[in-house]
Design a protein around this ligand. Sequence first.
Ligand code: GTQ
Length: 352
Amino acid sequence: MSVEAVVEPGPKHNVQASRQAYYDKISKYHMTPLWEVLKDLVTPEPKTQVQPTVWKFADVKRLILEAGEVISAEEAERRVLVLENPGLPGKSRITNALFAGVQLIMPGEIADVHRHVSSAIRFVLEGEGAYTAVEGEKSMMKHGDFIITANWAPHDHGNPGKQPVMWLDVLDMPTINHFETSFGEHFDEKMQKTNHEDGDSFERFASGVLPDGMPVTQNRTPVINYPYAKMRPILERLKKTGDIDKRHGARMRYANPINGGPVLPTMGAHLALLPKGFKGEPYRSTDATIFACAEGHGTTIIDGKPYEWGVNDVFVVPSWKRYQHNPAEESVLFSISDRPAQQALGIWREGN
Ligand code: GTQ
């Protein structure tokens, strides 16, 4: 018999039992005691189920090409392998707020036009000759291109080329479904009629001028594609002049040219060049962040453990976990998170 049992055998048991009886009683009225759950609701720091994880492109490519034999793009509607965080099994999400997947479109295939409340971005990994058409603008996809499909924008994909084309999709579906605001629809036709030439929205809106009279309140970018060929030389300029952040390297934020804000209200993205020999200082922020390597290779220490990445690998850093980048050669990392949503709500924090 334990000492505790000798000192207070009855009362403690009685307290527990009578509390439980009380909880059982109020549960019939759909009430529950806050004091039993308060410490899970208000934590001193963010608590996350999200696990730091790397998806190696060699595996992703081999397995998605196999999906090309199992199902057509048309049957699948979107032939995508979900990058599912191992800490969130069955939830189709890479972080709590975001979905990520790798999409494949084979030569000759199309993925029909549809639209939904969820916004999407694409970061092109491998292959050329495919396009995404968004709101009447057809955009050829090349490695490193960053393509935006805003809330309710009609979009379809196609591959009139000769190579399988693969890209990273990131969508805010978990956020939209959290608010229970999901709508989606199909169209009678399979493909949009395009009325803008490739690159039109970039040239029209991202050249330091705007069509006269354009409203300045639009909270999402009018640019469909931020081509890597246009972005990469800007990183080189930052590097040359020593504009190198000690945590992030030579980094730019993809901006809405109308108001300088993020490209979408729910998702924001960056492109960073990590120079040769760069040893990143530690950083953390409340927006769990998805990275994709466009060039080079290296290691990121996340929460004390090393995660290795190379070209087209995707990795994720959970909310408020400290990380630092150590490239093994000059490298370029794309990253995306729900930072704009957190900032709009006034709840975003960063630290070291
Ligand atoms: O390309 O429209 O990865 O609707 C998930 C849902 C891609 C798309 C995804 C989608 C799409």
